[in-house]
Design a protein around this ligand. Structure first.
Ligand SMILES: O=P(O)(O)O[C@H]1O[C@H](CO)[C@@H](O)[C@H]1O
Ligand SMILES: O=c1cc[nH]c(=O)[nH]1
Length: 252
């Protein structure tokens, strides 16, 4: 039976079965990965905007390119169903906002561990449960970034539930009122050596620990929060392309 949200099942995957999934928040990114960076790709499903593709590395290894949607609740559903079709390794390829002055738009952040401020994760593990990336996948990402000569940063990511309030946006937000506990949180995180904000890695990494699969996260830096709240749209495509190339090199 097809999985309710993924829209495909084991029988659609052929043989050998894919063990690794590249997971994007955005279905257009999942499509680009499949069509531009994998070989012989084909669409597996289009369901609720959570499109999935199957493609192959140059060595013939099958790889899924799937869409998590935005935010941890949607990601948790897709990851659960990916594990049900036999996926044992997941690399999130995302976008993020830097909160450190030396982490520039156009570079990438490879998450070593996440500060997880996400409600969905609390349904899966206690808040104190570590959200740590798989060391082997993470080192592979760092090595690939070095080999490709792409500016990269390895460190801690703040993974939160909201793009506006939770990432302390007020000027670009419909809501100018921030709860007291969020006022000044970005500066506090900066002092804690957190590199970036995004919205899925914390729950993904906790799920990896609990379910027993390997997970890592690489994000293209598309906003520089020490300068502006907004996304640098004109630099986004180039930054995302870099993150994808690093992830594909890391698994090749
Ligand atoms: O580009 P994706 O992978 O969606 O990741 C980031 O972008 C979205 C917010 O714009 C959130 O999902 C955040 O985590
Ligand atoms: O600032 C940003 C940019 C992308 N994604 C986020 O979650 N935050």
């Amino acid at each position: 039976m097809k999985h309710y949200h993924l829209g495909f099942d084991l029988a659609d995957l052929g043989s050998p079965l894919p063990k690794l999934a590249l997971l994007s928040g955005d279905r257009d990114r999942a499509k680009t990965i499949a069509q531009t960076h994998l070989k012989n790709s084909r669409l597996l499903s289009k369901n609720r905007g959570l499109d999935s593709y199957l493609g192959y590395l140059k060595n013939g290894q099958p790889v899924l390119s799937a869409t998590s949607g935005m935010g941890a609740p949607s990601l948790s559903i897709i990851v659960n169903e990916l594990v049900q079709v036999g996926i044992t390794q997941i690399i999130r390829i995302g976008t993020c906002g830097s909160i450190q002055p030396n982490v520039k738009v156009g570079s990438v952040v490879i998450t070593q561990a996440a500060l997880c401020r996400q409600g969905a994760a609390n349904d899966i593990a206690p808040p104190e449960y570590p959200a740590s990336a798989d060391p082997f996948l993470t080192v592979a990402l760092v090595k690939a970034a070095s080999t490709l000569g792409i500016d990269h940063h390895l460190g801690i990511t703040a993974s939160v539930d909201t793009f506006y309030e939770g990432q302390e946006r007020t000027n670009s937000s419909a809501n100018p009122h921030l709860l007291r506990h969020l006022q000044g949180i970005t500066e506090e995180y900066r002092q804690l050596n957190i590199l970036n904000y995004e919205m899925e890695s914390g729950t993904l990494l906790k799920m990896a620990g609990v379910y027993g699969f390997s997970a890592a996260c690489i994000c293209a830096v598309v906003a520089q929060r020490t300068e502006a709240e907004t996304v640098a749209l004109e630099r986004k495509e180039e930054a995302v392309e870099r993150a994808i190339r690093i992830a594909v090199q890391a698994i090749s």
